[in-house]
Design a protein around this ligand. Structure first.
Ligand SMILES: *[C@@H]1O[C@H](CO)[C@@H](O)[C@H](O)[C@H]1NC(C)=O
Ligand SMILES: *[C@@H]1O[C@H](CO)[C@@H](O)[C@H](O)[C@H]1NC(C)=O
Ligand SMILES: *[C@@H]1O[C@H](CO)[C@@H](O)[C@H](O)[C@H]1NC(C)=O
Length: 238
């Protein structure tokens, strides 16, 4: 019996001690202040991190605009560099498959790099329009620019559309181009539909060619497509 009472007193005492401690924690102004200061510090760190993320170069996306010297004059878009289009010659079966935007101020590789043409070599040519439209005429050389978009993480080309999904920003619109169907393969590129040309380039030297692309019905469903029509495209970011 006595043991039981001692035991109960012990439990009761323990509970009281716990309650005291709790009250002490909640009511201790110094403790509260320390925690508030710590919270403020964390919020400040978060704010700084957000500013870095949205304003510095560690947030954004890039794309290439084909047929323009500079990037679209949009609020969140800047021109990283302007250049000239380069790629494979339209009749050569080898070389690279993709199209490049080469800057106007090239660097050189190490002068000691041993170049031995009999080991095999690939070619890089300029790009030429194969149509006349607005400011450009047949044989003009094709400019390009590499663009950076802040406030976005995705860049998307939508063939067949002149608009962008809701919530996306249209960077530019155009139409699909590639080498002609009876030439060597190249990529389909979305060329700006108000193209510029590179000054003093009005000569026929060929290279990577920009022919407009048309649809051929059959496996491609018509409608909605129409046979023999040009294909619009848009570049969208979000
Ligand atoms: C620029 O970014 C802001 C903030 O994300 C966005 O609301 C706005 O639509 C963007 N504007 C353009 C033209 O990209
Ligand atoms: C160039 O490459 C060919 C074929 O690999 C080789 O026979 C020749 O010796 C090389 N020439 C030089 C200067 O290295
Ligand atoms: C579609 O157009 C191509 C090229 O102009 C032509 O050869 C073909 O016969 C056309 N097909 C149809 C179904 O009209």
């Amino acid at each position: 019996m006595r043991l039981k009472i001692v035991f109960l007193i012990c439990i009761f005492g323990g509970l009281r001690a716990l309650q005291e401690e709790k009250r002490l924690l909640v009511n201790d102004p110094q403790m509260m202040e320390t925690q508030i200061v710590e919270l403020q510090r964390q919020v400040q760190l978060l704010k700084e991190e957000m500013t870095k993320v949205t304003q510095n170069n560690n947030y954004g996306t890039t794309y290439t605009i084909w047929g323009k010297r500079i990037c679209p004059q949009l609020r969140n878009t800047t021109t990283l560099y302007s250049g000239v289009v380069a790629g494979s010659f339209f009749t050569e079966t080898g070389n690279g498959a993709n199209t490049l935007c080469l800057p106007h101020d090239p660097d050189s590789v190490d002068a000691n790099f041993p170049i031995n043409h009999s080991d095999g070599i690939a070619h890089l040519y300029g790009g030429e329009y194969q149509f006349s439209f607005k400011n450009v005429v047949y044989q003009d050389d094709v400019p390009c620019a590499v663009c950076r978009v802040t406030q976005a993480t995705s860049a998307l080309i939508i063939p067949g559309k002149l608009s962008c999904p809701s919530g996306w920003v249209k960077q530019y619109q155009g139409f699909l181009t590639s080498n002609a169907y009876n030439e060597q393969k190249s990529e389909y590129l979305c060329l700006d539909d108000n193209p510029d040309f590179i000054e003093r380039s009005r000569v026929n030297e060929n290279g990577k060619l920009f022919h407009p692309v048309i649809t051929i019905c059959g496996t491609l469903p018509c409608p909605p497509y129409k046979n023999g029509t040009y294909v619009p495209c848009s570049i969208c970011t979000a």
